[in-house]
Design a protein around this ligand. Structure first.
Ligand code: URP
Ligand code: ZN
Ligand code: ZN
Length: 489
């Protein structure tokens, strides 16, 4: 009798801890058996000795989202997750973005409707809290966490959506109370605003001046402040898109002191520098993102931060805006950097660009590649029981790699709606030959076979990463001295 729906034979299976040869048997969407030689399945795929990794988990991407400046980004759930699957990412965590005055519950319902209609990859949402008024934190947040939205993001910069420290403390306490992971965009708003105005006043308006307007100190200060606030509440924290060696150093020091803080960096900070912004005319605008691209020494430091475990995940921070009047040029054909939407695409490029850097060029090990692109993002955000690994019982989300395939990336190699490829010009070795989502071949021979709306919502709790660690001794003393009610909502 045939037991498996699908058997993938002759695979070099990579997990975050091992690489071994074997066959993978899939039954009812999950991995049900891994063995040296499996009996015939109903369907068979011969991997021919190729590397097979878990499907990527991109834990930070903006899809069909309204920016702080009120601009809709270029992708729908369909176009973004099409690019994700073609690039080997089978799970995404985009945002359900609240703006001031909105009901968080309604925001989440609206993003659900969009994703249900379009998503091809499986998905969860981080809730963006831009207006943490008491009724949102007391009446909406607890139910949303119970419904499987176990993480949220706050911004310490950007007009209209940023939180003041007092508001951020309220959010941290509510998150701790309900077991929710907190992620933060940590840059000092005052420094950026002040610098930006002075630059524009003096005529320094080009894309490269965007990088000058986000001083490295703005990241260092805000990361330190965000972690200090989280330490006061004893709430774990994820620092999104770390871009500088100083920011990394702050995280390392707090981790050394026993604070439960995680760090994320993004494909672009690992592979590009500020020079990209310094192209003639408006062209550098393609790489205007926040925090900005930095220096070669930062790039090197971030790789070290990944190797030593200070940074836990690599996301795309896919924030797609076209180089036209719908996106980066919404304010006119020659906007100042202050008028330009922040962000670049990358959801479909993350896995191939990182496979090339880490595996093909030997920058790290394929186990590290799996850890940073799939296993850790899944674990930290409460998806580890189903996603991010090749093991019995996990969803059969797999990528079979063509390790020898070399591609010179161009603007045509982009499957999302951005219309340009931030990685154009780069030669990458290694490409997803086949992508399998819950046991179904969704990409093969370069063709997409998934239907819009076939992605599934992944309800999840905050996960073990969101659980408080016992905190820092000094803060514990305060709590004992003043009684627990000080730290109760
Ligand atoms: O420039 C970026 N990253 N835009 C998206 C919003 C954010 O801060 O992540
Ligand atoms: Zn951010
Ligand atoms: Zn982002």
């Amino acid at each position: 009798m045939t037991y498996c729906d699908l058997v993938i034979r002759n695979a070099r299976i990579a997990t975050s801890s091992d690489v071994f040869r074997g066959d993978i048997g899939i039954r009812r969407e999950r991995i049900s058996v891994i063995a040296e030689e499996l009996p015939q399945g109903r369907m068979e795929i011969d991997a021919g000795g190729s590397l097979v990794t878990p499907g990527g988990v991109d834990s930070h991407c903006h899809i069909e989202q309204l920016s702080a400046g009120g601009l809709m980004n270029a992708d729908t759930f369909e176009s973004a997750t099409r690019a994700a699957l073609l690039g080997g990412t089978t799970t995404v965590i985009p945002f359900a973005a609240q703006h001031v005055g909105m009901s968080l519950r309604k925001v989440v319902e609206d993003y659900h409707a969009l994703a249900e209609r379009g998503a091809m990859a499986d998905y969860a949402f981080h809730m963006i809290l831009a207006d943490p008024r008491p009724e949102v934190l007391r009446e909406e947040l607890p139910g949303l966490v119970r419904d499987g939205h176990g993480s949220l993001k706050c911004f310490l910069t950007y007009d209209r959506i940023r939180l003041h420290d007092e508001q951020f403390l309220d959010v941290l306490l509510a998150a701790r109370t309900h077991g929710c992971m907190v992620c933060v965009h940590a840059e000092n708003h005052g420094m950026i605003d002040w610098m930006g105005r002075r630059l524009v006043d003096r005529g320094y308006t080009r894309p490269v001046h965007h990088a000058v307007s986000h001083p490295r100190l703005a990241e260092e200060e805000a990361i330190n402040r965000a972690i200090s606030l989280a330490a006061l509440i004893d709430q774990p924290l994820m620092i999104f898109h770390v871009s500088t060696k100083e920011g990394l150093g702050v995280i390392r020091r707090w981790q050394g002191d026993g604070q439960k803080v995680f760090g994320e960096t993004c494909t672009h900070y690992l592979t590009m520098t500020r020079e990209a912004l310094d192209r003639p005319g408006i062209e550098g605008g393609m790489w205007v993102c926040s925090p900005p691209l930095r220096e070669e020494s930062d790039r090197q430091a971030l790789w070290q931060g990944l190797a030593t475990g200070v940074l836990a995940t690599i996301s795309s921070d896919h924030a797609p805006y076209r180089m036209d009047e719908t996106g980066k040029l919404a304010a006119g054909p020659e906007p100042t950097f202050k008028q330009m939407a922040n962000g670049m695409g990358g959801l479909g490029m993350r896995m191939p660009v990182l496979f090339d850097a880490m595996v093909s060029r030997g920058g790290m090990d394929v186990r590290d590649f799996v850890r940073l692109t799939a296993a850790e993002p899944a674990r930290i955000y409460g998806l580890g029981e189903r996603k991010g690994s090749i093991a019995i019982g996990k969803d059969a989300d797999l990528v079979i790699w063509d390790e020898e395939r070399e591609i010179r990336l161009t603007h045509e190699h982009v499957d999302d709606n951005t219309g340009y490829n931030p990685y154009a010009g780069r030669l990458v070795k290694g490409w997803p030959a086949m992508v399998i989502r819950r046991g179904e071949v969704v990409v093969g021979q370069g063709e997409l076979k998934a239907a819009a709306g076939s992605g599934r919502f992944l309800a999840r709790g905050g996960g073990s990463a969101a659980r408080s660690s016992g905190g820092i001794a000094a803060e514990f003393d305060t709590k004992r001295n003043f009684g627990a009610d000080l730290y109760r909502e």
